[in-house]
Design a protein around this ligand. Structure first.
Ligand code: BES
Ligand code: MN
Ligand code: ZN
Length: 513
């Protein structure tokens, strides 16, 4: 990944092949323009005066300095109206700058802080750059040979080391997001459950985490009926992957438990999906990839928290050994499930992982991420993830973090009545609840495997990869997005802060997750 550093701006001295300057809409006096050689400034001013460039959001002009400054070129980048500028827009604009630099084939560029200096701005700019420079090119011969951007300097008006640290942390997080994208984008023929397992083992070795991979026969012996049922239709056997990161001052402090759905390919099984866009079901592993990436981020930043990641991984295939509609499966917690649709496989594997994780690790809170239902896309579209849980405080907290991270999430209610829809005449529950409220009945199903602990389920069906209805964002190249990672890493970073600080934010009487 490109190296991104922060430096006190001396733009009249900064040797660089490309200097990016943000310009707010209809503002003549763009930031630090005083330090630029007046003859360079002239070209940009002329473009502004001529109304060729007004600084509208997303517009830009490129100016050659022809030896009039230490920079070869200047890219003036429109930031839109100053009063509407947000961290998310900074992320998008910084991403645009990075894309332009890549198009120009430069190895290195510099970029001026877009607006008033604060931590949110530097974090957003760093993320925008690092995420936009991502490309998945390991299966392409030519793209590998093109020049990559390797070094970016963010020029700021302060020499406080705090901003260097913010950029470093944001780089760690962006690296984790790009790691998840790399895994998520892998084609299903190169990414069976065993591959994800081996990736998890390498992560554990690299970052000093504990890892365990549970194989098919052991899963059977342990009573993980859901994972075994879904996995048995494929020649690529299922794996239950567990990563444990211990960073809290008290090693035995209750951990956060993260569970991620990793269906390496979802054909629907015997309840086969239609062929249209079935290829996109290679992204059905993204929840699991995101969980592995969060553990990587947390470990690379050595956060002072304990986190356990559990990733149930299967391939959902139709075959003579597949589970069938009508099957009744006994799950890890002893409950029985009548299978009415083998395409509702995600909840089957998450259920075992949740029940096992909660029983084994006594977590202080549980968050699962899954491309679980098409219904979540119908409800909220392809740019907003659904949050459904059993604890308002935890759900609100995730939503607050999402807002800060520039990821959109909204909650759906888990009213008791939704449980009616998954009652079965033959077993404790059935695995589908019909079309109405499909994202919620899926969560109602999962809640049967969650006991007495704050839990929130994040349905990332619409947001885990760029698809029909995804808004263009410079920092989200085509394919897996790593959506949700930035939010949850933020949540774990907040957790890391000293205890008193947290208590000020929340009433002491409630046990807060
Ligand atoms: N992985 C899919 C959900 C999905 C579909 C995510 C499209 C993103 C885009 C999941 O396993 C699934 O097939 N869900 C079914 C559930 C239904 C059978 C109750 C669905 O949403 O149609
Ligand atoms: Mn499915
Ligand atoms: Zn699925």
């Amino acid at each position: 990944m490109a190296q991104i550093k922060v430096e006190k701006a001396k733009i009249d001295q900064k040797q660089t092949s490309l200097l990016v300057i943000g310009v707010f809409e209809n503002e003549q006096d763009f930031s630090q323009s005083k330090e630029l050689d007046p003859s360079v400034l002239m070209y940009i001013k002329a473009a502004i005066d001529n109304k060729d460039f007004r600084g509208t959001f997303g517009s830009s002009i490129l100016v050659y300095t022809l030896g009039k400054g230490p920079m070869q070129k200047i890219l003036a980048l429109g930031l839109g109206k100053r009063e509407k500028f947000t961290d998310e827009m900074a992320r998008i604009c910084a991403g645009k700058a990075a894309q332009k630099a890549k198009e120009l084939g430069t190895r290195e560029f510099s970029i001026l802080q877009f607006s008033n200096l604060d931590e949110g701005l530097i974090e957003a700019m760093t993320e925008g750059i690092a995420l936009a420079l991502y490309s998945f090119d390991r299966y392409k011969a030519q793209d590998k040979e093109t020049q990559r951007v390797e070094e970016v300097t963010v020029l700021i008006n302060s020499d406080s080391p705090r901003f260097q640290m913010i950029a470093e942390r944001a780089s760690h997080v962006a690296e984790a997001v790009n790691f998840a994208r790399d895994l998520g984008n892998l084609p299903p023929n190169d990414c069976p459950p065993a591959h994800l397992a081996s990736v998890a083992l390498s992560l554990a070795a690299e970052y000093g985490m504990k890892a365990r991979v549970i194989d098919r026969y052991e899963l059977e012996n342990m009573g993980m009926g859901g994972i075994v049922a879904v996995g048995k239709g494929s020649n690529n056997p299922p794996k239950l992957i567990i990563l444990e990161y211990t960073g809290a001052a008290a090693a035995d402090a209750r951990p956060y438990l993260l569970v991620g759905k990793a269906v390496t390919f979802d054909t629907g099984g015997i309840s086969l999906k239609p062929g249209d866009k079935m290829d996109e079901m290679k992204f059905d592993k993204c929840g699991g990839c995101d969980v592995l990436a969060i553990l990587r981020a947390v470990a690379s930043m050595k956060l002072a928290v304990n986190v356990v990641g559990i990733v149930p991984s299967v391939e959902n295939m139709p075959s003579s050994t597949s589970y069938r509609p009508g099957d009744i499966v006994r799950m890890y917690n002893g409950k029985t499930v009548e299978v009415l649709n083998t395409d509702a496989e995600g909840r089957m594997i998450l259920a075992d992982a949740l029940a096992y994780g909660i029983a084994t690790y006594n977590p202080k809170a549980v968050i699962d991420m899954a491309t679980l239902t098409g219904a979540a896309i119908i409800a909220l579209g392809a740019n907003v993830a659904a949050l459904i849980g059993n604890n308002k405080q935890l759900t609100d907290r995730v939503r607050r973090m999402a807002e800060k991270a520039g990821e959109r999430m909204w909650d759906l209610p888990l009213y008791d009545e939704f449980h009616e829809q998954i009652k079965s005449p033959f077993a404790d529950i059935k695995n589908v609840g019909g079309r109405p409220g499909g994202a919620i009945t899926a969560a109602a199903f999962l809640s049967n495997f969650v006991t007495n602990v704050p839990w929130v389920h994040m349905d990332i069906a619409g947001t885990a990869w760029t698809q029909d209805g995804t808004y263009e964002r410079s920092y989200n190249p085509k394919g897996a997005t790593g959506f949700g990672i930035r939010t949850l890493v933020k949540l774990l970073m907040e957790e890391e802060k000293p205890q008193q600080q947290q208590q000020q934010q929340q009433p002491a009487s409630q046990s807060s997750p």
